[in-house]
Design a protein around this ligand. Structure first.
Ligand code: PLP
Length: 392
C-alpha cells in the first residue's frame, strides 16, 4: 500500500547528522577510511562510577515503571545538584526527567505554542528547534548568529524581531553548531525582551559544563526569570551518556504537570536504572567529566590553529561545546559541495552550516569529539582538498 502520511509530517524536519553518519558508514563498509567529525557526541565512554551505579540499579530491581515526571529520589538529587551548580534555588517539583533532553524541546514547544504564535530561535542552531516549531504550526522567527559577533545575539536585532505575538524565545549557550557563548549582557537583553512581551524563554543549556573560559551563566540567575524560563539540560554531553537517554527540564512548578502529562502520553517514564545512574553522575565523583573537558580544550586549540593555517579557511575559537564552525567561502566552493566532496573523495565527514539553518551558509561544522590523532589526520585531508581546489 502506498504510504500516505498525514499532512503535518510535511512540516517535520530532521537532523542531517544522522544522514551523514549513515553515508559515512556506507563508505566505510566499502573499505574506505573516514574520519568522523560529523557526530555530536563525546567519543569517551561513560565514566565507570556511573556505569557501576546503573548496573547496581538493574541488579537491585530498578526495572519497573516509575512516575512520569521522574523518580522522587532522582528529582530530589537533580534539584540539589542544579541549585548548587547554577546558584539558584530550585525544588524537585520543578523537574521533569525525560529520555534524553530532546523531549523537553518537543514537549515545551507543544505545551506552550499555539498555531500562529511566534517563536524566536537561534540560526544557525540545533535543527530540531525549527522542525518542532513548524510541526506544531508556530511561526519560526530566526535570530541570526553571526561570526563577526562571535556567534552571539545581536541585541537590537533581537529587540526588532520580538513583539506581543512572541510566545517563546529559544536560546542555546554554549551553542550548537558554533560553540558560541552568550554573555551576561546578552542574557539581560533576552530577559528584558521576554518580560516586555510576556514571552517564555527556553534556555537550552545542554553544553553548560563544556565551557573553556570563565563560568557558564544561566538566564535563571536574572531576577524575575524563574517564572517564565524552562532550562533544558541533561547527561548526554557532560557525562558521555548519549545512549542512556537522560535529560531534564527545570520549569515553574505550575508548568511541570503539563509536561509530565506529555511524558505519560509519549514515554510513560524515563528508564528507572538510567535515572539512578544519573544521580551518581551528578552527585558522585566528577573527575571523569572534568578530564573530558580538559581533553576537549586541547583538541579545540589544536583544530582551530590547524584550520586557520589552511589558506581559504577562517575559524573562530569557540568558548564552549565541542564544535568549530569555520568559514570556507574563500576556497570558492559552496559549503554543501565542500562537505560532500570532503567526505566522498577525501574521507572526512562533516556537516554543512546550512544543516543548521540558512544563516549557516558558507560554513561547516566539525565536531572535535574525536582523538587528537584523528583530528590531525582530518586536517591533513582537508588541507589536501583545499590545495586541490586552489589548483583546479
Ligand atoms: N540541544 C542541543 C543544542 C543539542 O546539540 C542536543 C544534542 O545533540 C540536544 C539538545 C539533545 O540532547 P539529547 O541527546 O540529550 O536528547
Amino acid at each position: 500500500m502506498a504510504v500516505q502520511l498525514a499532512k503535518r509530517m510535511q512540516r517535520l524536519g530532521t537532523e542531517t547528522a544522522f544522514e551523514v553518519l549513515a553515508r559515512a558508514k556506507a563508505l566505510e563498509a566499502k573499505g574506505r577510511s573516514v574520519v568522523h567529525l560529523e557526530i555530536g557526541e563525546p567519543d569517551f565512554d561513560t565514566p565507570r562510577n556511573i556505569v557501576d551505579a546503573g548496573v547496581k540499579a538493574l541488579q537491585e530491581g530498578a526495572t519497573h515503571y516509575g512516575p512520569s515526571a521522574g523518580l522522587p529520589q532522582a528529582r530530589e538529587a537533580f534539584a540539589e545538584h542544579f541549585s548548587r551548580d547554577r546558584g539558584v534555588q530550585v525544588t524537585p517539583e520543578q523537574f521533569v526527567i525525560t529520555p534524553g533532553a530532546k523531549p523537553i524541546l518537543y514537549f515545551v514547544i507543544t505545551a506552550l505554542v499555539d498555531e500562529g504564535a511566534e517563536v524566536v530561535y537561534p540560526n544557525p542552531g540545533f535543527p530540531i528547534y525549527e522542525s518542532v516549531i513548524d510541526f506544531v504550526g508556530g511561526k519560526a522567527v530566526p535570530l541570526p548568529l553571526r561570526e563577526e559577533n562571535d556567534f552571539r545575539i545581536d541585541h537590537d536585532e533581537l529587540r526588532s524581531l520580538t513583539n506581543s505575538n512572541t510566545r517563546l524565545i529559544i536560546i542555546n549557550s554554549p551553542g550548537n553548531p558554533t560553540g558560541g557563548v552568550l554573555t551576561m549582557e546578552d542574557l539581560e537583553v533576552v530577559a528584558e525582551v521576554a518580560k516586555k512581551n510576556d514571552a517564555w524563554v527556553l534556555a537550552d543549556e545542554i553544553y553548560s559544563h563544556i565551557v573553556y573560559e570563565g563560568e557558564h551563566r544561566s538566564i535563571l540567575e536574572i531576577d524575575g526569570m524563574a517564572e517564565r524560563t524552562i532550562v533544558l539540560d541533561g547527561h548526554s554531553k557532560t557525562y558521555a551518556m548519549t545512549g542512556w537517554r537522560l535529560g531534564y527540564g527545570v520549569m515553574p512548578q505550575d508548568l511541570a504537570p503539563a509536561i509530565a502529562r506529555l511524558m505519560t502520553n509519549v514515554n510513560s517514564c524515563t528508564a528507572s536504572f538510567t535515572q539512578l545512574a544519573g544521580v551518581e553522575a551528578l552527585l558522585g565523583d566528577q573527575s571523569g567529566a572534568e578530564a573530558m573537558v580538559k581533553e576537549f580544550q586541547i583538541r579545540r586549540d589544536l583544530l582551530v590553529d590547524a584550520l586557520n593555517d589552511i589558506p581559504g579557511l577562517r575559524c573562530k575559537k569557540p568558548g564552549g561545546a565541542f564544535y568549530v564552525f569555520p568559514n570556507v567561502e574563500e576556497t570558492g566552493a559552496k559549503a554543501e559541495d565542500f562537505a560532500r566532496t570532503l567526505l566522498d573523495e577525501y574521507g572526512v565527514a562533516s556537516l554543512a552550516g546550512t544543516s543548521f539553518g540558512r544563516f549557516g551558509a558558507g560554513y561547516l561544522r566539525f565536531s572535535y569529539a574525536n582523538s587528537q590523532d584523528n583530528l590531525r589526520e582530518a586536517v591533513t585531508r582537508i588541507r589536501r582538498y583545499v590545495d586541490d581546489l586552489a589548483r583546479a
